[in-house]
Design a protein around this ligand. Structure first.
Ligand code: MTE
Ligand code: MO
Length: 200
């Protein structure tokens, strides 16, 4: 019995460590990292917009977004300041659902947020079940400090790509660096390749 428990514990620890990218440590807390003050946009004024290089810009109000089919996902997240959080649970709308509505030849996206934060990604990193607009964390409305009412969730890249207080996506033919990318963070930010800073 004791042996079995110890064995299981070790197996679980090993499984967990395989989920931790190089140079990261696991935290059970949920640190807050914000480059500026937390914006508080009334939900009545809130929209999520897709604009830029597309024929027909689209946007959803808060209620319209909530009328779309939602999903709950459990993912590991990795901050460039070296903490990783395993098994975090989020509810929101898959970006596939939103991007299904648009016809575009654009290859890049600049996500934009209340407060002026931006972050850039290849469009293909937002499709194929890899990215969400999340409005619940652990079954509760997303706290303002963590990006509520809604944030981008792109867990396969460093967490700075998961724009808090996100208000939309600008589709672009060219790749425009976002807030941290202009300050020397890596343009792509793959935690498994330790792409922390430009040149990594
Ligand atoms: N709008 C906005 N989004 C942001 C940031 C920010 O400063 N502003 N910080 C980024 C960084 S560097 C990280 S690590 C995560 C932190 O999210 P958290 O505060 O929920 O842990 O949000 C990312 N998204
Ligand atoms: Mo970060």
């Amino acid at each position: 019995m004791r042996f079995t428990r110890g064995f299981r514990g070790r197996r679980e620890a090993e499984a967990d460590s395989a989920r931790v990218p190089p140079g990261q440590y696991v935290t059970s807390g949920f640190p807050v990292l914000s480059a500026g003050p937390t914006p508080h946009t009334p939900l009545a004024d809130w929209t999520f917009a897709i604009r830029g290089a597309l024929d027909q810009p689209v946007s959803w109000t808060w209620d319209e977004l909530h009328a779309l089919p939602s999903v709950t996902v459990t993912v590991d997240i990795h901050c460039v300041t070296k903490w990783s959080k395993l098994g975090s649970s989020w509810t929101g709308i898959s970006l596939d659902t939103l991007l299904d509505r648009v016809e575009t030849a654009a290859d890049y996206v600049l996500a934009f947020s209340d407060g002026g934060y931006t972050t850039n990604l290849p469009l293909e990193d937002l499709t194929g079940g890899k990215a969400w607009v999340a409005y619940e964390y652990d079954g509760e409305p997303l706290e303002p400090e963590h990006g509520g009412p809604a944030r981008l969730l792109v867990p396969h890249l460093y967490f700075w790509k998961s724009a808090k207080w996100v208000r939309g996506l600008e589709l672009r033919d060219d790749d425009e660096p976002g807030f941290w990318e202009r300050y020397g963070y890596h343009n792509y930010g793959d935690p498994w390749r330790e792409q922390r800073y430009a040149g990594d």
